[in-house]
Design a binder for this molecule. Sequence first.
Ligand SMILES: [Zn+2]
Length: 88
Amino acid sequence: MSLRHEEFFALAIDPDEAPDPGLVPAIEEHRASCAECRELERDYASLVKLAKSMWFRLPPVSPGHKERVMAAAREVFAQGSRGSSATT
Ligand SMILES: [Zn+2]
C-alpha cells in the first residue's frame, strides 16, 4: 500500500491525531521514496512558526477596522482598474 502526497501530509506532516499504527509502514515508505514530501515535512515546522509569529504581531481587530480595510480595498481596486491599461 502506498500513500498519496495528501494522505502523507494529513497523516505525517499535519496530523489531527496520531496516525493508525497500521499506516506507519506506508508513511515511512512514502517519506523514503518521496523527496517532495520530505522537503515539505522539513520546511513545514518553520512555515507554521512563521505564520504564527505573523499572526501574533498583527494588532487586534479594532472597531472600524473592517470599514478601513474595505475602503483600502476599494482604493486598490479603483487604482488597479485605472492603471491596468496603462501599465505593462
Ligand atoms: Zn509525496
